[in-house]
Design a protein around this ligand. Sequence first.
Ligand code: FMN
Length: 184
Amino acid sequence: MRVFIGVTGASGQIYARRLIEVLHEEGVDVEISVTRSAEYVMEQEGVDLPENVRRYDPKDLTAPPASGTYRIDAYIVCPCTLHTLSSVAVGVAGDLIKRAAVVALKEGRPLVFVVRETPWPRSALQAALKLREEGAVILPACPAFYHGPTTIEDLVDYVVQKVLDTIGVEVDLVRYQPRGMNFR
Ligand SMILES: Cc1cc2nc3c(=O)[nH]c(=O)nc-3n(C[C@H](O)[C@H](O)[C@H](O)COP(=O)(O)O)c2cc1C
């Protein structure tokens, strides 16, 4: 399985790091591209990304993920800015991440936007609805608290688990056994 991850300049770069780590551990072929804004936010948040993955310059629109003939099984934008979400919604593909997302839509391949912003302006809500109607999954970076998290990593793992559930990668990052239920 090959997964393309676009990392954009929203808060929550730690989600990208953990997502890449887990996919790599699961033997998934991970390819990434990181915007300039994401690099800046990463510095602010003290996060480094793993180096053992293929990384493309986001300005390189000749890179393989820019083409639908290059086989990619799932595309994830994590974390995703409203800028990138809104651009893709109107088909503006000025960098490799947006172009790859447009390719995913045109080819009908799994596409997940792990959006991080609050509150949301009307334009972003409309963009998200449009992308959902085209088949993309809008997955806000929105951790839950019912599984008893005690660390930031527990909260991050909750979101990463949700992303991986969406693309069909089976992992067991979140252990939750509510009384009377047995679903994981
Ligand atoms: C420290 C910092 C945090 C930011 N956090 C967010 C955020 O959580 N969500 C968002 O949509 N934009 C956020 N932004 C703004 C984006 O980085 C900005 O819109 C940028 O143009 C996005 O470009 P990109 O989508 O190409 O990465 C943040 C900017 C900075 C400097």
